[in-house]
Design a protein around this ligand. Sequence first.
Ligand code: BGC
Length: 775
Amino acid sequence: MKKQLFSMAVVAATLCACGSSTPQLGKNSIDEVIGAMTLEEKAHLVVGTGMKGFSGDSAVIGTTKTLVPGAAGTTYPIERLGIPAVVLADGPAGLRIDPIREGDSATYYCTHFPIGTLLASTWNQELVEQVGQAIGNEVLEYGADVLLAPALNIHRNPLCGRNFEYYSEDPVVAGKIAAAYVRGVQSNGVGTSIKHYAANNQETNRTGNDARVSPRALREIYLKGFEIAVKESSPWTVMSSYNYLNGTYTSENPELQTTLLRDEWGFKGMVMTDWFGGKDAIAQMKAGNDMLQPGTDKQYEAIIEGVNNGKLDMAVLDRNVKRILEMIVQTPRFKGYNYSNKPDLKAHAAVTRQSATEGMVLLKNDKETLPLTSTVKNVALFGCTSYDFIAGGTGSGNVNRAYTVSLLDGLKNAGYTVDENLKNTYEQYVAAENKRLQEAKREWFMPLSRPTEMKLDASEVSQLAAKADVALVTIGRTSGEFLDRQRADFNLNKEEMDLLKSVCNAFHAAGKKVVVVLNIGGVIETASWKSLPDAILCAWQAGQEGGNSVADVLSGKASPSGRLTMTFPVKFEDAASSANFPIDLKANIDITNKEQQKGNVKNVDYTNYEEGIYVGYRYFDSFNKEVSYPFGYGLSYTSFSYSNPAVKSDNGVYTVTVDVQNTGKTAGKEVVQLYVAAPDAAKCNKPEKELKAFAKTAELKPNEKATVTLKVNAADLAWFNEASSSWVVDAGTYNFLIGASSRDIKATLQAEVAASSQKVNDILKPQEAIQELKR
Ligand code: BGC
């Protein structure tokens, strides 16, 4: 209601002013409006309104009540010029606003959709676009204007605390999935903010860390996804990141925010900082970081002073103001949209339930353990997480949802019965553990640790094995903003191993099967224990319908068709970036403790990206490292054959086609991955292979066949030559590899590629050369 009044107020203000000489946004040109703005008004507009909305207050600025409680920020309203405040709200897994408002009996819950990593694991751009449509509808109907998502930083290391929000270790996957998400959200007439631009790959000291990265690694890996998303989906805004990049804050770097983003890639929208990001408001303005969020009085004063003392050119301020106004005029709030505060949460619950099943990755399925046969009725449900299912990660990527379906409830909803005694024991134990952990929590921002697994004695487990038809064991991990995961979080702990062994021993002795469900937001160690259970389903963190989605997959109602968008290494140390990642810096250093951080300059003050371009499978496959599960991997309940592979070249476009046939007994979808291997890759210090395109088939019935078409432009085959600052395509015979994972190549085709090169800006150089890994 408040919001409707506001919209009417804007319209009224606009109407009243028509006859007057004060220019009005929407009636007059943006340049005329800027011409009428005072310096103070301009400074306000580029700075935002502070943290009032964040804390849930209904902030009053001027005479306008604008905020959606719990939204992360707003722009500054200037009523005399018809400029409304517009609302910016998180985040990647759904809109994050306060669900309850003071003095209001209505609720404002949003749908918690699957985390970014799960969405990417669908490899289904159409599906991600549909999820984006549903998320964007909640943005629109709850009165927000710009969603602070998607987040597409590269999974440089398995232990980055925010990997769950991000998509992949591969920039093509990250860029294409982000573009699909943006198209979906923006189809509602609301905006997005692709974030965090750029090289924000660790949480430790995230506002002080200098990411030291070579131009080649930046161009080929860390910036590529942003480039794809900008070019393929035109996001309304970009959010700069917290970190320094090669010695300069990203938000203060004109090379990043202007030369590359706008001049080279053609971005036409607006750039905002991450919340309180960067230090020097003048430098940010000059760099082309148009808006500072959430905005502080200090920044406002610095801008006024800067213009007055000549350090900030008014023309630069006007340029930034213009970009903000161009964004504002597109918003539903400016257009006076009469939002309902009643999005169709039921319909969106169905969207999240179904989309989540497509991103779950079946890692192991011996002797067709899954789907559970119709004779399986009684389930022995182990693991604390089964009863306390994790919908997503913590921090700004969290969503205030009305409920989370646990695996227990999902199984019950699907008609299974669980052992009630075991259930009661677990529920009591989990409640007590959570209470203990809540009390022990050191910092408000830290994710709540997971309960330590309960000790069960062998005879108890044997009795359960005699009664139940199957055992399910859930392993859970959570993580979030501000904090990277630790090595201990990567490995299973003793209690988890004991549980797994004891359940496997007892159930196998009774001739029954064991299924492990991974309710995780990032990669964990699997190599040491994966031989124990009969099946492993990586369910990720699947949003609020998680338990139902998992039950749909276990029961066979849905066939899992997710594929890993990152490698599962054998050991944490195997990832090339692990040598330069803030983990176990000194024995048992507490990375939340500033005092203890001192002296741990490496990877805290700065991080050298010494692995260069060899991130994820580019490293494992080029250096022949054993992995636990490769990039692109995932099983299905059915099987597929590949035939008639062909490649055609036409005017610099390579078109690869292949027939995929369902050769199994159930319907399913296949992900077809196209890797390209350059000639003399090792000699030329290029990765063994690189993903260049991918597609997912429609659901194929048994025997059904589909032709999959994948396109690659010759320019996409370029590597970045730092010496000449150009994208270079070397001439030669390239292998086009059609694969079901980076290590399961179904067909190899060859094509001749002509030489070409394109010179680009010689920018973003490290202050000192980085000793990079080479082949
Ligand atoms: C996060 C952003 C988020 C912002 C607003 C920051 O802490 O890094 O991703 O959009 O807060 O909540």
